[in-house]
Design a protein around this ligand. Structure first.
Ligand code: PBG
Length: 331
């Protein structure tokens, strides 16, 4: 049959018939350089500590973090996003602004090890450092105090920049955080340090395993500062503000449940748009693969491809190094 009801036969399957054809006509493919590896470094340990809810991910020692950074470079990964896990936490998150705090020390280690070979980023948020586990400081009624928190972020920005971060990732969802941090960096002579704004960050159940990863003591939730999963238009307001305030790159987080938001961003802006495939997304795939319910590598690559298809320039994923190796192998 060469026609369907008089029309020339449309046969999209012709372009799916062989691996070579599929490879040639593929519209989107992740590339190692787009991938950013989030990594945890914990103070006061001599061996890496496995994170049980994220099989394959560890809290690094200073030493193993350096090695992980070298492996990421060798695999062709684009960047690292570092999180510090301090020994001591307090109400204001003092370790986050101490030049000798674990994140600052680790930033210096990593820069000394790999220099400028990949982009070194750091999480700019207080929740890893506060004993109450919130992303900011609290007022006398126990609410997260936006403007007092901005002052803490400004101080964190200065010490992280001083320690050698190329890019800072303000992730606390305080109003005005991008403008405030930008101002503090510029005033201190760090005009070259970029800001990767966690612009549309949703109050998600999928952050669960991250709480273990950073030893968080959070009791309640983050719903007064992170976005409601029910809202899409609100993320456009956050986007407009972050761009006005000087964000160099913007992010959507989590990934898979928010591909619609990611697509909306990538259609609207000309700055790089990143997506963070978070701990719970990682855990779901690992758990199902472990049970033999899905093919691990295929499933992982499919998720990464979906982010590219939605227009992401950058993908933060705990699989960055491993996936980069697969992608180079398959080239
Ligand atoms: C805040 C921050 C969080 C994550 C990254 N930065 C936790 C949160 O907002 O609750 C989550 C990352 C993940 O779940 O993989 N410092």
């Amino acid at each position: 049959m060469s026609t369907y009801g008089g029309f020339p036969a449309a046969r999209p399957r012709r372009l799916r018939g062989s691996a070579a054809m599929r490879r040639m006509v593929a519209e989107h493919r992740p590339h190692p350089a787009d991938l950013i590896l989030p990594a945890f470094v914990r103070e006061g340990i001599s061996e890496p500590v496995p994170i049980s809810s994220m099989p394959g991910v560890v809290q690094h020692t200073r030493d193993t973090l350096r090695k992980a950074a070298v492996e990421a470079v060798e695999a062709g990964v684009g960047g690292l996003m570092l999180f510090g896990v301090p020994q001591a936490k307090d109400a204001v998150g003092s370790q986050g602004t101490d030049p000798q705090g674990i994140l600052q020390v680790a930033l210096r280690d990593v820069r000394a090890e790999i220099g400028d070979e990949l982009v070194v980023m750091s999480d700019l948020c207080l929740d890893e450092y506060t004993d109450h586990g919130h992303c900011g400081v609290l007022d006398d009624r126990g609410r997260v105090d936006n403007d007092a928190t901005l002052e803490r972020y400004a101080e964190m920005a200065r010490v992280q920049a001083e320690a050698g971060a190329h890019v800072l990732g303000p992730s606390g969802m305080m109003d005005g955080q991008i403008g405030h941090v930008r101002g503090a960096l510029d005033a201190a002579g760090y005009e070259d340090v970029s800001l990767f704004a966690y612009t549309a960050k949703y109050a998600s159940a999928f952050y669960g395993p991250f709480r273990e990863a950073v030893g968080s003591s959070l009791k309640g939730d983050r719903k007064t500062y992170q976005q409601d999963p029910a809202n899409a238009a609100e993320s456009l307001r956050e986007l407009a503000l972050d761009l006005e305030e000087g964000a160099d790159m913007v992010m959507v987080k989590p990934g898979l449940p928010y591909l619609d938001i990611l697509r909306t961003f990538t259609e609207r802006v000309s700055v790089p748009v990143g997506v963070y495939q978070i701990s719970g997304e990682y855990a779901m795939v690992e758990a199902a693969a472990e049970k033999g319910w899905i093919e691990r590598e295929r499933a992982i690559l499919e998720t990464l491809t979906s982010f590219k298809r939605a227009g992401a320039s950058l993908v933060l994923t705990y699989w960055a190094t491993e996936a980069a190796r697969w992608l180079s192998r398959d080239r």
